[in-house]
Design a protein around this ligand. Structure first.
Ligand SMILES: N[C@@H](CCC(=O)N[C@@H](CS)C(=O)NCC(=O)O)C(=O)O
Length: 341
């Protein structure tokens, strides 16, 4: 499982330094279909694990942009087996649309014996059953900029042209030190590597807290791609990265600014309604047996704080710019009660 993709499979911590490789399938689904995959309502299926921070970016974007009908959703079991991600949450253990039991079947249809692992997020072409892309860095950018004809009315501009340079620079720092930094700390195999990664995590979080002290969102006064990418790591912080990955200088709940910021987003339609804390905890604590040999899943932390007032609206800001919040979660996609505060 996982190959050398540096994801969260057991292979992610060997004796060599933790390294996250590039996505293997990087075709893009675009308005002009230049890679052979044109944007088309109903043609593709987004496969995610709700445990996975990289896949969760796509879950949030899809909700904010109102792409739920155009791009259907498959949710895997949070715990992989030796054939990787599986559809055991569905009747007969089969994805009802793709008809497969394992995500690897879509990868194999695309390229038998492909090198590298099977990872989420993955977008699969429903008619052929073939994987199109698992390029988690590009998928959300394309949802924001290539799928515009299918966006809901009032969808926000998550990647505004005028702000792209600033967003790109910020998400690169956030990726290195935070999104991927927590994995480097968690899968470190010596003290020095761990300390360097953990130090970088908190140094960057402190810088981000400084930035967010007086402004509601990371770039400008509306939600952008940068907020989505920071959110999916922050929302996991106290539940898994603090304990399991030893990023424990402080808890997010102890940092006034970041705790306010992440609760603000969590309580914004399209963010918190995609988060399943049960899947998150079971995945990390049960799958990484090198880090947690007993597989015991901790009971905490207490989730009740997630719905408490954050007062960030006092900073102003227009969460959706000229747009509006998304509607309710589509029937059948609700996070079960055990995964919510
Ligand atoms: N490593 C992936 C990025 C996404 C990723 O790491 N996903 C993890 C889940 S959070 C995954 O599916 N890892 C493979 C596994 O655990 O089997 C890529 O390079 O495309």
């Amino acid at each position: 499982m996982g190959g050398d993709d540096g994801g969260v499979g057991n292979s992610a911590y060997g004796r060599k330094k933790f390294r996250r490789s590039k996505a293997h399938f990087a075709d893009r689904i675009t308005a002009d279909g230049r890679d052979g995959w044109p944007v088309e309502a109903g043609r593709y299926r987004l496969v995610v694990s709700r445990a996975c921070p990289w896949a969760s970016r796509a879950l949030v974007s899809r909700r904010l942009l109102g792409l739920e009908e155009a791009l259907s959703l498959a949710v895997t079991d949070p715990v992989q087996d030796d054939r990787s991600w599986r559809f055991t949450l569905d009747p007969d253990g089969r994805d009802p649309v793709l008809g497969i039991r394992y995500l690897s079947e879509a990868y194999d249809r695309r390229e038998p014996d492909h090198p590298g692992g099977v990872s989420v997020p993955a977008v699969v072409d429903v008619p052929s059953g073939k994987l199109v892309t698992n390029d988690y860095q590009q998928i959300t950018l394309d949802l924001a900029t290539e799928w515009t004809d299918l966006h809901r009315e009032g969808a926000p501009d998550l990647y505004p042209r005028a702000l792209r340079d600033e967003i790109d620079a910020l998400v690169e720092d956030v990726f290195q030190d935070v999104n991927n930094g927590v994995y480097r700390a968690g899968f470190a195999t010596d003290q020095e590597e761990y300390e360097a990664a953990c130090t970088a995590v908190f140094r960057r979080l402190e810088l981000l807290a400084g930035r967010l002290e007086r402004q509601r969102y990371l770039v400008g006064d509306t939600i952008t791609e940068a907020d989505i990418r920071l959110f999916t790591t922050l929302v996991r912080f106290d539940a898994v990265y603090h304990g399991h990955f030893k990023c424990n200088r402080w808890k997010l709940a102890e940092n006034r600014v970041l705790w306010g910021y992440v609760r603000d987003l969590y309580q914004t339609p399209g963010f918190g309604d995609t988060v399943d804390f049960d899947h998150i905890k079971r995945h990390y604590y049960q799958v990484h047996t090198g880090v947690n040999p007993s597989g015991i899943v901790p009971l905490g932390p207490d989730l009740s704080g997630w719905t408490t007032p954050h007062h960030r609206e006092e900073l102003g800001g227009r969460p959706f710019g000229d747009g509006t919040p998304p509607g309710p979660v589509p029937a059948g996609e609700e996070v079960p009660a055990r995964g919510r505060p």
